[in-house]
Design a protein around this ligand. Structure first.
Ligand code: DX5
Ligand code: ZN
Length: 218
């Protein structure tokens, strides 16, 4: 009975009450923090100052998902602001290996994200260095989108690749996940579940987290 980690995305929180929103998800495992720069994705969210404030307002580790161009410039800002896990997009950078090293040197966990259109083989050369892989299950940019069904085959392909390499990084899924499909993604290989709208638009956030945890247990 292996348990999954639940990472609510504060992108769907009420920003005018961020402290209370963070308290309401204290039973989660991570706080997922979506940084959007208006270039890599067609939307803007929040940056380092709000991360710093969030860090002071929760005991949970901060899982920072950088949907930004030129992450090499920005990763140090987020490490300094308190990120515990830093995710950059494979599609957004040139020196993935160097960037992973920089994250590790700062004592944080390193994760690379793949857009739905990027095959898992893109990670073949750096897979062994990664603490986590993020398989996007929607095209990044907005909360509340529908899960892309092709993600299931991709999760299975990632698990095969990990087995060939003899490694077992965490596998995170992000976008369109709820109580109805969490079991399916976990069965295909995911063990870190991001959920934005399904947690923060629920009447009881803690109960929504427990439901994801229950339905994701295998
Ligand atoms: C999408 C973000 C997600 C988003 C997920 O670009 O990376 O983390 O908040 O939201 P839901 O769970 O509503 O699809
Ligand atoms: Zn995200």
């Amino acid at each position: 009975n292996e348990s999954v980690l639940i990472a609510p995305s504060v992108l769907s929180a009420d920003f005018t009450r961020l402290g209370e929103e963070l308290e309401s998800i204290a039973n989660a495992d991570l706080v997922h923090y979506d940084v959007m720069d208006g270039h890599f994705v067609p939307n803007l969210s929040f940056g380092t100052e709000i991360l710093r404030q969030a860090k002071a307002a929760t005991k949970l580790p901060l899982d920072v998902h950088l949907m930004v161009t030129n992450p090499e410039e920005q990763v140090p800002w987020y490490l300094e602001a308190g990120a515990d896990v830093v995710t950059f997009h494979y599609e957004a950078q040139t020196h993935a290996d160097r960037l992973v090293g920089l994250i590790h040197d700062a004592g944080a966990k390193a994760c690379v994200a793949l857009n739905p259109g990027t095959p898992v083989v893109a990670l073949d050369a750096i897979l062994d260095e990664l603490d986590m892989v993020l398989v996007m299950t929607v095209n990044p940019g907005f909360g509340g989108q529908s899960f892309i069904p092709g993600s299931i085959g991709k999760l299975r392909a990632l698990r095969r690749m990990c087995a060939e390499h003899g490694v077992s990084p965490l596998v995170e899924v992000d976008g369109g996940i709820g109580a109805d499909n969490v079991g399916e993604v976990v069965a295909a290989g995911a063990n870190v579940i991001v959920a934005g709208s399904k947690v923060f638009k629920a009447a009881d956030h803690a109960a929504a987290i427990e439901e994801l945890r229950r339905n994701g247990a295998m």
